[in-house]
Design a protein around this ligand. Structure first.
Ligand SMILES: Cc1cc2nc3c(=O)[nH]c(=O)nc-3n(C[C@H](O)[C@H](O)[C@H](O)COP(=O)(O)OP(=O)(O)OC[C@H]3O[C@@H](n4cnc5c(N)ncnc54)[C@H](O)[C@@H]3O)c2cc1C
Length: 462
C-alpha cells in the first residue's frame, strides 16, 4: 500500500479541515494537500461574526466536550487556553406558555421514570411512564432502526414525545422526533434498546449515577469564537487553501482523480492521488455521479432543514438565570429555541451592558416562517421572547438575521446502513466521505469523520 502523495479535500468545513490536518500529521511535510472551498471563507457551519461589540456565533455555537474529538483538536492546534465552558445555569422549557425548568434525569427528553417530568405532562402520561410494560423482547432487533418518535410514542405516549423529546431533538436538528433515526440521533440509546425490554430501563442504564460533586462541563467553546478553531486547524494543516471555488466534476484520472474547479465558463483542473469529499449530501452526490451512480443515489437521499437565527441586543433586560429555553411545536410559537448568550457564556458577559440573545426559527417541513423578511423575523422574535420573559422586555438596540438554507441533515431511519452501503460501493477507490452528511451532525462527530477519512486514505489505498 502506498500512501497518497497528493490529496484533494473538497469542502472547507470542520470535517474537511480535520481531514487536512490528520493527513498532514500522518503523511508529513512533503504531502501535497489542497482544500477547495466554494464559499469565500473556511468553516462552513462554523461562522463567528461580530455583533453588538462581541464575537457571536452566527452558526454552530458550542461543541460537546464529553466526546474527546473537539477538545483533542483544540489541544492539537494550541488553543487550550482559550477553551471556555458555559455558566452553571440550565435551560428552560416552555410548557403551556410558562417557562419551567428543563427536567433532569432524561436522555434527549426521554425519562427513566416519571418523577422528573411531573411539570411537563399530565397525570395520565405520568402513570403510563411509571407503568411501562415489559415487551419481553428487546425494543430494537439486530440491525433495526426506527424513528425516535416511533419508539417513544409507542412506549411512553404522545405527550412526552411532543412536549419534551421533540423540542430537544428540534434544538439540535430543527427536525421532528417522528422522522429522525434513533441510531444516528441517540446512538447510545439505540444500542441499549437492543438489549433492554423497557424504554425507561434502557434510559436508566445510560444515565450517570446521582452525585453531589459539581458536574463536569458538557459543552465548550473558544474565546474569540469557533472561527478561531477553523483558522488554527487550517494553518496547522499547511494545506493549499483555495476559496471561492466550487468543485463541479470529479473523474478518475490514471490511478487518482481529476477535478473540474471554478466557474463553468472558465474552469481549471486539478489532479490528485486521493480525494476527500467533505460536503453536504447534494453536492457530494453530484460529484459522485460519475464515480458510482448507486453511491451517489444513496448519499443524495438525505434531506436538510433550513433555519433562521435572529440575534438581538437588548439593554436593561431582566433575564431569568437560565441559558435559554426550548419551545415545543405544540406551543404554536414561531421561535423554537432561544439562547441567552451573555447569561450562558461568562466570557461574553464581561462588561457588556447589553443582553445578547439568539432565537432560532424553522422546523423541518415548515418553511413558511422563513419566507418572511428580516424585519418581520426580528419583530416576531421580540414579541415571542416578551411573551415568555415578560411584556416589559425592552426593544432591541441591534438585531441581525442569519439564514441557513439546507442547514441541518434530517437522518431518516436506516441512514447509517445507507452510508455503509455507499462506502462499500466506493471501496477500493482512493476516495473517502466525511462530515455531517454521513456520520452525524455534532462538531465532534464531524471532526471524527474527517479524521477517519484521512486514516482510510492512508491505510486502505489500493
Ligand atoms: C445554525 C447551526 C447551528 C449549529 N449548532 C451546532 C452546535 O452548537 N454544536 C454542534 O456540535 N453542531 C452544531 N451544528 C452542526 C455543525 O455545525 C455541523 O454539522 C458541522 O459544522 C458540519 O461540518 P461539515 O464540515 O460536515 O460541513 P459544512 O460545515 O457544511 O462544510 C461543508 C463545506 O463544503 C462547501 N461546499 C459545498 N459544495 C461545494 C463544492 N461543490 N465545492 C467546494 N466546496 C463546497 C460548503 O461551502 C461548506 O463550507 C449547527 C449547524 C447549524 C447550521
Amino acid at each position: 500500500m502506498t500512501p497518497p502523495r497528493s490529496v484533494l479535500i473538497v469542502g472547507g468545513g470542520i470535517a474537511g479541515l480535520a481531514a487536512a490536518l490528520r493527513l498532514r500529521d500522518t503523511l508529513g511535510d512533503a504531502a501535497d494537500i489542497t482544500v477547495v472551498e466554494r464559499a469565500d471563507r473556511l468553516g462552513g457551519k462554523l461562522a463567528t461574526g461580530e455583533f453588538a461589540g462581541s464575537p457571536i456565533e452566527t452558526g454552530a455555537e458550542t461543541f460537546l466536550v464529553r466526546r474527546p474529538e473537539a477538545v483533542r483538536l483544540v489541544e492539537r492546534v494550541g488553543l487550550t487556553d482559550r477553551l471556555r465552558h458555559p455558566a452553571a445555569v440550565s435551560a428552560g422549557l416552555v410548557v403551556d406558555g410558562r417557562l419551567i425548568d428543563m427536567p433532569r434525569g432524561t436522555m434527549m427528553g426521554i425519562p427513566a421514570d416519571a418523577t422528573g417530568v411531573a411539570d411537563v405532562v399530565g397525570e395520565a402520561a405520568l402513570a403510563r411512564i411509571a407503568a411501562e410494560p415489559d415487551t419481553g423482547r428487546p425494543l430494537l432487533g439486530p440491525g433495526e432502526d426506527i424513528s425516535v418518535g416511533h419508539l417513544v410514542r409507542d412506549r411512553l405516549g404522545d405527550e412526552i414525545t411532543d412536549r419534551l423529546v421533540d423540542p430537544l431533538l428540534g434544538g439540535v436538528y430543527a427536525g421532528r422526533a417522528d422522522d429522525l433515526s434513533l441510531e444516528v440521533a441517540i446512538p447510545a440509546l439505540a444500542k441499549a434498546a437492543r438489549t433492554h425490554t423497557r424504554l425507561t430501563d434502557a434510559v436508566a442504564s445510560l444515565l450517570p449515577p446521582p452525585s453531589t460533586a459539581a458536574p463536569a462541563p458538557v459543552f465548550g467553546t473558544l474565546e474569540g469564537g469557533l472561527s478561531t478553531l477553523v483558522e488554527a486547524v487550517a494553518e496547522a494543516s499547511a494545506a493549499d487553501i483555495r476559496l471561492g471555488l466550487p468543485v463541479r466534476r470529479l473523474e478518475r484520472w490514471n490511478t487518482g482523480w481529476r477535478a473540474e474547479i471554478g466557474s463553468t465558463r472558465d474552469p481549471y483542473h486539478l489532479t490528485a492521488d486521493a480525494v476527500v469529499l467533505a460536503l453536504p449530501a447534494r453536492p457530494a452526490a453530484r460529484l459522485l455521479t460519475d464515480v458510482d451512480e448507486a453511491a451517489a443515489e444513496l448519499v443524495g437521499e438525505l434531506d436538510y432543514a433550513s433555519l433562521g437565527l435572529v440575534s438581538l441586543a437588548i439593554p436593561d433586560a431582566d433575564l431569568p438565570e437560565r441559558s435559554g429555553f426550548l419551545v415545543p411545536a405544540t406551543e404554536g410559537m414561531t421561535i423554537k429555541a432561544a439562547t441567552f448568550f451573555t447569561k450562558k457564556w461568562p466570557h461574553l458577559d464581561g462588561g457588556n451592558p447589553l443582553s445578547i440573545m439568539r432565537a432560532s426559527i424553522g422546523r423541518y417541513g415548515d418553511t413558511e416562517a422563513l419566507r418572511r423578511d428580516d424585519g418581520a423575523l426580528v419583530d416576531i422574535t421580540h414579541r415571542e421572547l416578551a411573551r415568555v420573559l415578560g411584556d416589559d422586555l425592552p426593544r432591541p438596540v441591534a438585531a441581525s438575521v442569519r439564514r441557513w438554507g439546507g442547514a441541518l441533515p434530517q437522518y431518516r431511519p436506516g441512514h447509517r446502513e445507507r452510508m455503509i452501503r455507499a462506502r462499500e460501493r466506493l471501496a477500493g477507490q482512493p476516495i473517502a466521505l466525511a462530515g455531517a452528511a454521513f456520520d452525524g451532525v455534532g462538531i465532534p462527530a464531524c471532526i471524527a469523520s474527517g479524521e477517519a477519512a484521512a486514516e482510510r486514505l492512508r491505510e486502505d489505498r489500493p
